[in-house]
Design a protein around this ligand. Structure first.
Ligand SMILES: Nc1ncnc2c1ncn2[C@@H]1O[C@H](COP(=O)(O)OP(=O)(O)O)[C@@H](O)[C@H]1O
Ligand SMILES: Cc1ncc(COP(=O)(O)OP(=O)(O)O)c(N)n1
Length: 506
């Protein structure tokens, strides 16, 4: 019977930055619910930028490690990664002949994506000769071509056919991986020796990230673990792919290295930790605490008190609406600039959608109210505070680093949502009678707006994690300046009672 916690041995090289090799294997095995062990084949000096050099310890040392594990622990699965040279391949082959665990996955590591060779060229024949010992071989496309002794496949159909030829020649299953294909899809398929048609195939959109260091190591060790658990390759591949997709999508949380960074093996555990209350300190919390004084000043403003308890003069409310409409024009331009500079599709869509909503929905709400108030309700142009605030936003989003632009636009989401909460409290305290601004106050509580505020905050935290100390400091300055501008903006309508011809408001 399959063990609940499979004992999985990784026979592989090292990566001191923890993204590839046996470090990635151990994380992947644990992430899939296994117990990881490792025997070192080669000590590799590498980081996310590339491989610097390789030291292969005497093979007697490797054989002793393998025996030490096997003599003590029942091994449910082995994942074999970097082997490097003929003597190492021969040592591992001999060990497999003596003590083969029930599941053997061989990732025929040859060249790191960053360019460094991890298998001597003269060891390629020996590696091919070893394939028959594996249940599953997981080459990337260049490795598959070496195993097949053919050109690199240039299409998915060619890759599948090549995978089948390798599977047939060595009597093993081959996982044909599409990570190295050009284009925005990353298919994977299991091909067996008996027929060219894949036993199972999966497709998916490529995750837009540079952080793919160690994906091959991670996938193969996850598969070894899942297979020891379920005994079904198709099922194992489905789960491993889904997990790896999350690990690629959340790789940006890690901020490790300056090159192709590692994937986030424990992205699912991070969520569990947070649900247990172990949320990490958020940079946005720090900014929020620093803005407490300005937010108190906003709550004290006559305009805010009057809007909350309903006593605000209509002409002041309309003066505010008129300036807010002109502010929205600048704000939507600032969001458009951020969308253009966003590092990934999710952020680009978020800011682009925000810009559209400002220009279409929110501006129209303002215009409808101003139209209803009569022809005198529209002001002459942007007031001094409106001009100052919008110029500040455009400068920050166009010319400063992207995380700083994010810090500039966040208060318009967050402070506004917080003022809305406070206004709701003031309205409730003022009593249950008819409130002249009730429908306007309801817009602050809109769930779509609250959700957008949460997302903007998460994006700021994400950007802060990858930012240098100098950029984080600038984010703080800009965030506080935007909060002060929010305050000045709420204070400005007091000076605007000059608007004429107003009978009522809607
Ligand atoms: N950007 C990406 N988005 C989604 N999946 C990816 C991406 N990059 C790699 N993968 C997946 O990671 C696994 C290993 O990738 P691949 O690049 O083919 O191998 P290797 O890391 O051995 O070079 C495959 O399942 C592949 O589909
Ligand atoms: C020690 C070690 N083993 C294997 C690799 C290659 O890892 P892989 O998962 O194929 O992905 P890249 O790192 O090449 O993107 C390695 N770098 N080091």
């Amino acid at each position: 019977m399959s063990p609940r916690v499979p004992r999985v041995l990784a026979v592989a090289g090292t990566d001191p930055t923890g993204g590839a090799g046996q470090h990635a294997d151990l994380k992947s095995i644990a992430a899939m619910g296994g117990y990881g062990m490792s025997a070192v084949t080669a000590v590799v000096v590498q980081n996310t930028l590339g491989v610097r050099c390789v030291h292969v310890p005497p093979v007697e040392f490797l054989a002793a490690q393998l025996d030490a594990v096997a003599e003590d622990v029942e091994i449910d699965a082995v994942k074999i990664g970097m082997l490097g040279s003929v003597p190492v391949i021969e040592t591992v082959t001999r060990w497999l002949e003596d003590r083969r665990p029930p599941v053997v996955v061989l990732d025929p590591v040859m060249v790191a994506t960053s360019g460094g060779r991890l298998l001597e060229r003269e060891a390629e024949d020996a590696l091919r000769a070893m394939l028959g010992h594996a249940d599953l071989v997981t080459p990337n496309l260049p490795e598959l071509a070496v195993l097949a002794q053919e050109e690199i496949a240039s299409s998915w159909a060619e890759a599948l056919a090549q995978g089948h030829r390798v599977a047939r020649a060595h009597g093993t299953l081959v996982l044909v991986k599409g990570g190295h294909l050009t284009g925005d899809r990353t298919p994977d398929a299991l091909v067996g020796p008996d027929a060219p048609k894949p036993l199972v195939a999966f497709d998916g959109a490529r995750v837009p990230t540079e952080n793919s260091h160690g994906t091959g190591c991670s996938l193969s060790s996850a598969l070894a673990t899942l297979q020891a658990r379920h005994g079904d390759w198709a099922h194992s591949l489905r789960i491993a792919r889904e997990w790896l997709r999350g690990a690629l999508e959340r790789s940006g949380d890690l901020a490790v290295g300056h090159g192709s960074g590692p994937v986030h093996h424990f992205h699912h555990v991070q969520d569990a930790l947070e649900s247990w209350g172990a949320a990490p300190a958020r940079f946005s919390d720090e900014l929020w605490a620093a803005s407490a004084g300005v937010r108190r000043e906003i709550e004290e403003l006559d305009f805010v008190r009057g809007l909350g308890d309903g006593r605000l003069e209509p002409e002041r409310f309309l003066a505010y609406l008129d300036q807010d409409l002109q502010y929205l024009d600048g704000y939507s331009r600032a969001l458009t600039l951020l969308a253009a500079r966003a590092p990934d599709e999710r952020q680009r869509l978020f800011f682009a959608a925000g810009a559209v909503s400002c220009t279409e929905t929110e501006s129209e709400l303002h215009r409808a109210r101003l139209r209803h108030a009569g022809p005198g309700a529209a002001g002459a142009g942007p007031g001094e505070v409106t001009r100052r605030y919008t110029s500040f936003l455009l400068a920050a989003t166009a010319a400063e680093p992207y995380p700083v632009g994010l810090a500039a636009v966040l208060p318009c989401f967050w402070v506004y949502a917080d003022v809305g909460r406070h206004l709701g409290e003031l309205a409730a305290a003022a009593g249950t009678g008819e409130h002249p601004y009730a429908d306007w106050l309801a817009t602050y509580a809109d769930e779509g707006f609250q959700e957008a505020t949460r997302t903007a905050r998460e994006l700021l935290d994400e950007a802060a994690r990858g930012a240098s100390p100098a950029v984080r400091e600038r984010m703080r300055e800009v965030f506080l300046e935007a909060c002060a501008l929010e305050r000045d903006f709420f204070a400005a309508p007091v000076a605007a009672v000059r608007l004429a011809g107003i009978d009522g408001i809607e």
